[in-house]
Design a protein. Sequence first.
Length: 129
Amino acid sequence: MAAWTEAILAAAVPRSRAAVSVLLCGDARMRRLNREFRKIDRPTDVLSFPAGDPAFLGDVAIDVPYAARQAGRRGHSLDREVQLLLAHGVLHLLGHDHETDDGTMFRLQGRLVKKAFGPGPDGVPEDEG
């Protein structure tokens, strides 16, 4: 996980020494986090909690069982799904918002995932790429 985090940070914020923390959790914990912070009472794949500090960007929480189910539906490995979610979460920490940016975040995610982790699925919805 540390190597993946370093790789995505190097791709997203080159020449920076920024750090993030990553929590790998299960459905119950993610459901509690999502309910507490977003008022949505169900698990989700990834949540980001920006710190507002250029040296420590914030926290990313990834629901591993959710990611495993998602990877199965999408036909790729759990490792690749966690890499995608990590990239997605870090982009949120950097202030990107795919719900309001007309696809900019997803296009950036596709480039970052390929740069950090190589060819393969990039997590970009077909209508956003």
